[in-house]
Each structure stands twice: as structure tokens, then as C-alpha cells.
Ligand binder design. Structure first.
Ligand SMILES: [Zn+2]
Length: 394
């Protein structure tokens, strides 16, 4: 059998779908962020359908507790990098496509990789990194299909940059408050507080260890969970961080059947985007599946013109007005509250501002200026206009 006729036989049933174009599918590139329950299923669906290039990204290794739902792995994969073990299975399922494996943190990938794909799939379990990926998708003008599951509930949102709402457009209502605010206002802390917080999570560290973490600006459980270990220069502190993170890993309730429903919808939306409408228009709004009550709910979402990710931030940056004597620390508190960035650094020109600096000395006599906010929640720094209000001003 010739290669061409073998492929037309392999894909015969899907090619019978009205509007299907196998050439578009075979020519498409999709990045899958997260190779957990959702990512495994989405990757399998897209590989079987013959998506020509699939990029798998996940820094984690396979564990026994993954095997109830992460269908690309079996017991012989325990301890292996998920991206690599997953890629191997997919190549066996469909040898006619290209699979690339990146066993690294999403934030360490070269920028060109995001620019080189047609669609980005977010199959991640933490809001911090989902928000980061959303900003990457919007910046690169790439459609994003975001799926999430927790126990018996799942959701899907399709983001077409500039046309539909992004994850951040409704961040204040849709991103869980505890995730947005996670210990935002607790930055000025003492090592004892970190020791107490970890104890509450069943973890003991010594006073010396807490102090060492503090010296690397790791002051909260949130910092420990989300600071990439690679960014910590001191080897000893880095391995301490890694071992704490291991113990703090989210252990959310998850069942395979709900993951596969959500992954099925995510993959179908990807195929619709690849087909540019010929097999159906991509979904609008947010779809929520409540498996316990067998209920699908569509929540319409409007794009927000003033969104800090997909709005006109370059031409009209958000404004923050503070009292005259405010310090950089006060500004960070407001940033945490308003934008949900728990780890903001504030930049003026090329200088990172210390927390105790009064803003009046940074902004000069006009009491107004453009500063940049760097956070792990965004790919690019966020410009903000900061204005100081003289005492008595309203
Ligand atoms: Zn937006």
C-alpha cells in the first residue's frame, strides 16, 4: 500500500465528516501545556486524529498516583519525565506525526516555540501558570483552549485573542479569590510565620532553614509552591525548596471519566480552530460541566476593553492612585489586591524598586509616572501609571 493510501485509510472515518480537511489537520501544530489527566487525553485525541506536530510540555515525573487517570503512562513509566514517556506512547499510536517533548518548566521555553504553533492548549492545574500562559497566547495572537477539572466539575474556555474574552478579562470573578490573593498581603513576614504555616500543612522545617529561605525571598507557602527552583542560585536552598515543593504538590480530587469529558471537548475545539470554521465555530464563553448533577452550563463572557492582558494596555495603561506618602510596599499591596499579583516587583526605568522607597522620590515633583510591574502571572511586564494624591486631594 502506498503511503498516501495508507493515510487515507487510517483517517477514512474522520474524513467522512462534513467539512473535514485532513491536510489542514496534518499541517497543524499544537502545544499542550501539562501532561496530566487532561493533557494525556488531549494529546492522545489529537495524535490519533493526525495533528501533524504536537509539542508536549511538562516538568513533572510519572508517579503511581497518576495512573488512575493519566492514560499515556503505565507502571513501567514511574519516575520518567511525563513529556518524554508521553511522547513515546503517542509515537507508537501514530508514527506519521511529529511529537516534541519538553520536560521543563513552561516559563523556561524559548519564546519562538509559542510563536511556532497554531493553537495552545492549557491542561494545567494551577491558576498562576494558567494566567501566565493566557498572556503568552494573547501576546503571540494564538488561540488558547483552556481546560480545568476539580473533582466532579470541569470547565473549558476558548480564547481567540482580540475577539473573545481571555482568562484575565473576568479574572476578578472567575479566578478563585484564594488563588488570586494567595497570601498577597503577607509579604512582610517573619521566618516563624513560615514555620507555622508549613506546620499547618504537616511539614516541619528548622529556624535556620526558614531563615535561608527568607534570604532568597521565599517567605510564604505560595512562594514555595510557585517559585521555579532553577531561579534559586544557592544549591542547598534550591534542594530544600524542591523537597518542600514535592510535599506541597496539589493533590486535587480527580477522576478519569470527568477528565476525559473535558479533554474531549478541549480536543474538539482545537480541531474546530484548525479547520477555521468548516466543521463548526469555536465555542464562545465558558462551559462548565457539573458531573454530579449531569449539567452543562454555558456562561457568556464579554471581552473587556480595559483587560490587563488583552486590552489596550500599551496605549492606556491602568492607573493607580495612592496617598502622597505611599511607599513601594504600599503600591505592591494595591497591585496584589487589584490585579491579583502576589509577587510583584516594581520597575522604574531599569531599576527594581526597594519596598521601603517612598514613591514621591521615584516619581519626582509631578507625583506621577509610568512604572512596570513584573510578576510570574504575566509574560511581559505590565505598565501602570502611578499618581500620588496630595493630602486633602480627593
Ligand atoms: Zn482579556
Amino acid at each position: 500500500m502506498s503511503a498516501g493510501s495508507e493515510l487515507s485509510e487510517r483517517y477514512d472515518r474522520q474524513m467522512r465528516i462534513s467539512g473535514w480537511n485532513q491536510e489542514l489537520v496534518s499541517g497543524a501544530s499544537v502545544l499542550i501545556a501539562g501532561v496530566g489527566a487532561l493533557g494525556c487525553e488531549v494529546a492522545k485525541n489529537l495524535a490519533l486524529s493526525g495533528v501533524g506536530r504536537i509539542v508536549l510540555v511538562d516538568r513533572d515525573v510519572v508517579e503511581l498516583s497518576n495512573l488512575n487517570r493519566q492514560m499515556l503512562f503505565d507502571e513501567s513509566d514511574i519516575g520518567r519525565k511525563k513529556a518524554e514517556a508521553g511522547a513515546e506512547k503517542l509515537r507508537a499510536m501514530n508514527p506519521h506525526i511529529r511529537i516534541e517533548a519538553y520536560p521543563s518548566d513552561l516559563r523556561d521555553l524559548p519564546a519562538e516555540l509559542f510563536a511556532s504553533v497554531d493553537v495552545i492548549c492549557s491542561c494545567l492545574d494551577s491558576w498562576g501558570i494558567r494566567r501566565w500562559l493566557n498572556s503568552v497566547a494573547v501576546l503571540n495572537n494564538k488561540p488558547l483552549v483552556d481546560g480545568g477539572i476539580e473533582g466532579m466539575v470541569g470547565n473549558v474556555q476558548v480564547v481567540i485573542p482580540g475577539r473573545t474574552a481571555c482568562l484575565e478579562c473576568h479574572g476578578t470573578t472567575l479566578i478563585p479569590q484564594e488563588e488570586r490573593m494567595a497570601e498577597c498581603t503577607l509579604r512582610r513576614r517573619r521566618p516563624e510565620e513560615l514555620i507555622e504555616d508549613l506546620k499547618a500543612q504537616g511539614l516541619e522545617i528548622s529556624r535556620e532553614q526558614a531563615e535561608a529561605l527568607f534570604r532568597h525571598n521565599l517567605k510564604t507557602v505560595f512562594d514555595l509552591k510557585y517559585t521555579p527552583p532553577e531561579s534559586v542560585p544557592d544549591g542547598e536552598v534550591r534542594s530544600l525548596l524542591e523537597s518542600i515543593r514535592e510535599k506541597l504538590k496539589p493533590r486535587m480530587p480527580a477522576v478519569q471519566s470527568v477528565s476525559s469529558v473535558i479533554a474531549g471537548i478541549v480536543s474538539t475545539e482545537v480541531l474546530k480552530i484548525i479547520h477555521r470554521g468548516s466543521i463548526g465555530r469555536p465555542m464562545r464563553g465558558l462551559l462548565v460541566y457539573d458531573a454530579s448533577n449531569s449539567r452543562f452550563t454555558r456562561v457568556p463572557l464579554k471581552r473587556m476593553e480595559n483587560c490587563i492582558v488583552c486590552g489596550q494596555v500599551d496605549t492606556s495603561p491602568p492607573e493607580v492612585t495612592l496617598e502622597d506618602g505611599a511607599t513601594v510596599y504600599r503600591l505592591k499591596e494595591v497591585i496584589a489586591e487589584r490585579f491579583g499579583f502576589p509577587d510583584a516587583e516594581v520597575i522604574h526605568g531599569t531599576r527594581v524598586l526597594g519596598e521601603d522607597a517612598p514613591l514621591s522620590s521615584v516619581l519626582g515633583p509631578s507625583g506621577e509616572g509610568l512604572l512596570y510591574v513584573v510578576t510570574t502571572r504575566r509574560y511581559e511586564p505590565l505598565p501602570i501609571v502611578v499618581k500620588l494624591r496630595a493630602p486633602g486631594d480627593r
